[in-house]
Write a protein that binds this ligand. Structure first.
Ligand code: SF4
Length: 352
């Protein structure tokens, strides 16, 4: 049963750096105060009541957990332990910088119930990392991911396509390298330029241009596709709408409150376009897909169907639970064309 996440934002706490894109206060909507024992207990209790029996996972996001003084880390983890022992909380996850952990740190955290560590990798290109003021290189990320995995924990990698100096091919290589280093899951955060950051100054001075939404979606669909082919979970695409982001804080970049759905939907569109390519113009075909994927296949505001049939003629879409979630089937007269976004789609990097 999938766990319900109980999030605590430790905004910028523990982090000695200022990456050019980072304004953790805007991202987390928090002023950066660490939650105290009472707040942690109360939040878990509250989530427990609304989780309807599902297990909880406590997550400390933002900042760099392992850069906090060890005593502070212990104070954050200790209130969770009774809930771990009672089974209310299944596991804990933390996020941190790649240069703030080693085997001893990972073992200490594992001994306190931490089961997953997410590493802010952003890019595996040293030039991109330097231009972004990250203060570490790709080798540090590789070592961190290998270390976490080697100690038996789940390693996660956060990637940020579109940073200064990055290219679509470079972003795809970054994904390949974190997968090779042992990442079990990734988050994709295409760059969003936030007011008050150094990146905002560069953007306003005309020295930097982020991926716009369409470019970000075109790249993220290829990243998602590559991850799916490798059997890697992409647990998030794009910053969350509730992360303190709004038109006042977001100056530019690839941001949409439902970016993940837009990206997934593109995979189904590309597959449908491929499967219908040989049909006569305006052929009256129908589409079937797994019930859980209806909205992805249809697209927001029926965008996928409208693009497949510019004349506006109706394309019926029916749910079919005999299909896998990643499959669609095109039905035309007595012919059936079945395909999978994982195994039947092929992308060329020049399409990005
Ligand atoms: S390491 Fe993380 S918290 Fe620190 S400045 Fe960079 S992005 Fe922000």
């Amino acid at each position: 049963m999938r766990a319900v996440t109980v999030p605590f934002f430790i905004s910028h706490q523990g982090c000695p750096h200022t990456c050019v894109f980072c304004d953790q206060r805007a991202i987390s909507g928090s002023r950066g105060n660490l939650p105290d024992r009472q707040r942690i207990r109360a939040a878990i209790g509250s989530w427990q009541r609304s989780a309807a029996g599902r297990p909880l996972e406590v997550a400390f996001f933002g900042g760099s957990f392992t850069a906090l003084p060890e005593q502070v880390q212990n104070e954050l983890l200790a209130p969770v332990h009774p809930f771990l022992e009672s089974g209310v909380v299944r596991s804990i996850r933390v996020s941190t910088r790649p240069d703030c952990l080693d085997g001893a740190v990972v073992r200490r955290l594992a001994g306190q119930g931490v089961a997953a560590i997410e590493v802010g990798v952003q890019s595996m290109d040293d030039a991109v990392l330097a231009l972004s003021g990250r203060g570490h290189d790709a080798a540090a990320s590789e070592a961190a991911l290998r270390c976490i995995r080697g100690e038996g924990l789940a390693a996660g990698a956060q990637l940020m396509p579109g940073l200064p100096g990055d290219t679509p091919a470079g972003a795809l290589r970054s994904l390949e390298r974190v997968i090779a280093a042992g990442a079990a899951f990734v988050r994709l955060y295409p760059v969003v330029v936030l007011g008050g950051t150094e990146l905002a100054q560069r953007y306003q001075a005309g020295e930097y241009r982020p991926l716009d939404r369409e470019e970000g979606i075109a790249l993220c669909k290829q990243l998602l596709h590559k991850a799916m082919r490798a059997g890697i979970d992409v647990i998030r695409i794009g910053l969350q709408a509730g992360d303190g982001l709004n038109s006042a804080t977001v100056l530019a970049g690839c941001w949409h409150p439902a970016l993940g759905q837009l990206v997934r939907s593109e995979l189904y569109f590309d597959l449908l376009r491929q499967l219908t390519a040989s049909l006569p113009h305006d052929a009256p075909f129908r589409v079937a897909c797994h019930p859980s994927r209806l909205s992805d296949v249809i697209g927001q505001k029926r965008r996928n169907l409208d693009r497949l049939r510019p004349s506006g003629a109706l394309i019926p879409v029916r749910p079919d639970d005999s299909l896998l979630a990643e499959e669609v089937m095109v039905e035309y007269l007595e012919q059936y064309f079945r395909g999978s976004i994982v195994t039947d789609l092929n992308y060329n990097i020049s399409e990005v």
